[in-house]
Design a binder for this molecule. Structure first.
Ligand code: SF4
Length: 660
């Protein structure tokens, strides 16, 4: 350990600091501008890496935080022979890192390094599975599916990377899932070294890379459940790694989904039907000529539908897509014994099969059935401690049911998984603070109570670049005249900025209604109205907005964060309502109850800070560069009339305020 420390040299932090100085290496890069805030963050990250401790950093917009963590991470990884895992929430940021920032650093930094973008394994074609699928096509696939299989086969001879993104038209998921790489099917027994294996080629690059970029979901999927972490093992995903989470404000949400139960009717039915599908008369048991298996799988598919129909009957979806289940045994367990029987049939079939790849496929299906069986039993018995349980409607037309459970408080899990004594985890985002001391709200939520926190302000001059309008004259949101007044004020402020505005809503219904009311008026003013949810995907809406000269974009949830429109195209951000989350999601409801049960105040300890974070993110859409300027309008008078209004005002950038 001491020798390694000497290897990197005690001047590591100084060297990083110098790289970010006006005379440093980065000054050679195109468009580099010296920013003391960026240098400060880079030094803090370098120090945390050198001392192998965790760090939480809020770096305001414009700090240039990606370079501030990439430079120390790359140097540290190369010099210490470690792997830097960089995890982000959005694909946009991953692309920025891989296609923009990292190539710049490959030119400028004095070390050679390899960086790869890790896509999930199921993105890659498995030639072995494809070959087997082709051999058994008649027994496994319907006519149209066989056509699709043929298309994948032809594509497999021309593709370079063998990943989904190489298709001009993405294949049918029902066929792709049977020919893509799968962890449990890909073993030394099933496959030696297939020279055309795209996944293995990618894996080799992954293993030898110094920097691996991935998303939070993939990170938690590969991190595995708490119990499986080996005490001796020092890494998170690779044996000698450290991790940097960007967009860390999303960590709690993503982690909650992974440390819990999720059994979907659709997924389980699909697994059973891969064994035998009574409608198409195809499946693994047909390939094996296993009559008993065919009969059992066919019956089970029906039994599953009946079981989930009973769950649906007992659920009350009046409040939304989710229904919280507070007591165990919401329905009788009519299904786990049947799933166990099917598993036993799979085990018996395995004994009389020689084909290794078929065996692996069967084992994989058996494992999935087992997981679902245990998940259903746990859901019905509510046996996991301090978890909240709920039923959710899924699918395009909400035609399926899923059973879910998640820990009410994710902090103890993340403390053990991420902020453990032998790890080094750095979490950063532009929005972590809710106005309190040392990012304590965020740190408490993710189990990083003991972790050093650093807050670095934005280099932008908000006092010159931004002006805030607050409308005291707006009626209360519960007032009957609220919507009419909202339409009037939106029109007023859109006119003020000549379009070029984001109008952010908290309710889809209100947004649609306002869009209908204002569409004609906007057209008269020459402003092109773009509305979320009218068929155009989110990224296309943003592209259209950027291209247009005088656009107005109406958006809900996903437009409050992660959208970057620098320049004049966006000169006005209108917040229609303070973004308090409606506490009807079972997880939110359970969190509020838990705070109350511990003698706390759910409003000030959860609802208010969450709303402040979201408001800061919404407001943060406006100023993206030093040249940007514009107005932010808050059309919710509660910011003036309620006591908590000051907490919102204090958390916003310091700029001129006009009350109208
Ligand atoms: S190594 Fe695994 S993913 Fe690759 S061809 Fe073989 S089974 Fe498929």
């Amino acid at each position: 350990m001491i020798a390694l420390r000497e290897n990197i040299g005690s001047d590591f932090v100084d060297r990083v600091e110098h790289i970010f100085s006006p005379e440093g290496l980065l000054a050679k890069a195109k468009n580099f501008e010296y920013r003391p805030e960026q240098q400060q963050m880079a030094v803090a990250v370098a120090r945390a890496l050198e001392e192998q401790r965790h760090l939480v950093v809020e770096a305001g917009t414009g700090v240039g935080k990606s370079l501030a963590y990439l430079v120390p991470a790359i140097l540290f990884a190369v010099e210490r022979k470690k792997k830097a895992v960089i995890s982000t929430y959005t694909i946009n940021l991953q692309e920025q890192l891989v296609y923009k920032d990292i190539p710049i650093l490959q030119k400028v930094l004095p070390v050679e390094f390899e960086a790869v973008l890790w896509k999930g394994r199921q993105n890659y074609l498995c030639p072995k599975r494809l070959e087997r699928a082709m051999n058994n096509a008649a027994e496994l696939f319907t006519g149209p599916e066989q056509e699709e299989l043929k298309r994948i086969w032809e594509w497999s001879h021309t593709t370079r990377e063998g990943t989904l993104s190489d298709f001009s038209i993405e294949p049918d998921p029902a066929v792709w899932t049977q020919v893509c790489s799968e962890q449990h099917i890909c073993t030394a027994r099933t496959c030696g070294a297939d020279s055309r294996c795209f996944y293995q080629q990618a894996r080799k690059r992954l293993v030898s890379a110094d920097v691996v970029v991935m998303n939070h979901t993939l990170f938690f999927m590969n991190l595995g459940p708490l119990e499986e972490i080996d005490e001796e093992e020092s890494g998170y995903i690779f044996s000698n790694d450290f991790v940097i989470f960007d967009e860390a404000h999303t960590l709690e949400g993503v982690a909650s989904k992974h440390v819990g139960i999720g059994v979907s009717q659709y997924g389980l039915r699909y697994v059973v039907q891969r064994l035998y599908n009574a409608r198409t008369k195809k499946g693994m048991f047909t390939v094996l000529r296993n009559a008993e298996g065919v009969r059992e799988a066919a019956e089970l598919a029906d039994d599953l539908d009946k079981f989930f129909a009973q769950i649906e009957e007992r659920s009350n979806f009046k409040k939304g897509r989710e229904y919280r289940v507070r007591e165990p045994d919401m329905v009788a367990d009519t299904i786990t014994a049947k799933l166990a029987k099917l598993q036993a049939l799979i085990v018996a079939a395995l004994k009389i099969t020689d084909d290794e790849i078929l065996k692996a496929e069967l084992q994989d299906l058996g494992r999935r059935i087992r997981e679902a069986r245990l998940g259903i039993a746990e859901f019905l018995g509510q046996s996991a401690e301090e978890h909240v349980y709920w039923v959710e409607k899924t699918g395009k037309t909400q035609q399926f049911i899923s059973l879910n459970a998640a820990p009410v408080d994710i902090a103890p899990h993340l403390r053990a998984l991420l902020f453990r004594a032998d790890g080094c985890c750095i979490a950063t985002s532009a929005t972590l603070s809710v106005g309190g001391e040392k990012l304590s709200y965020f740190r408490n939520r993710v189990g990083a109570e003991e972790v050093t926190a650093l807050q670095i302000g934005s280099p932008f001059d908000y006092s010159k670049q931004m002006k805030l309008y607050v409308t005291k004259k707006m009626p209360d949101p519960r007032d009957p005249g609220y919507e009419a007044a909202l339409a009037q004020w939106i029109e007023h402020f859109v006119e003020m900025s000549k379009g070029r505005a984001f109008v952010l809503f908290t309710s889809y219904k209100t947004m649609q209604s306002l869009a209908d009311q204002l569409e004609k008026k906007f057209a008269k003013g020459g402003w092109n109205l773009l509305v979320q949810g009218k068929g155009m995907p989110r990224h296309r809406l943003v592209e259209e907005f950027k291209k247009g000269d005088r656009c107005v974009l109406f958006g809900t949830d996903s437009f409050w964060s992660g959208v970057d429109v620098p320049g004049e195209a966006l000169s006005n951000v209108i917040i229609t309502r303070l973004p308090f989350a409606v506490p009807d999601h079972p997880l939110v409801e359970a969190r509020l109850e838990m705070i109350e049960a511990h003698g706390g105040d759910p409003f000030t300890e959860y609802s208010l800070p969450e709303a402040i974070l979201k408001l800061r993110q919404g407001v943060g859409r406006l100023i993206r560069t030093k040249q940007d300027s514009g107005i932010v309008v808050i059309l919710d008078n509660r910011i003036m009339t309620k006591n908590y209004g000051t907490a919102f005002m204090k958390a916003l950038p310091q700029c001129p305020v006009e009350i109208v």
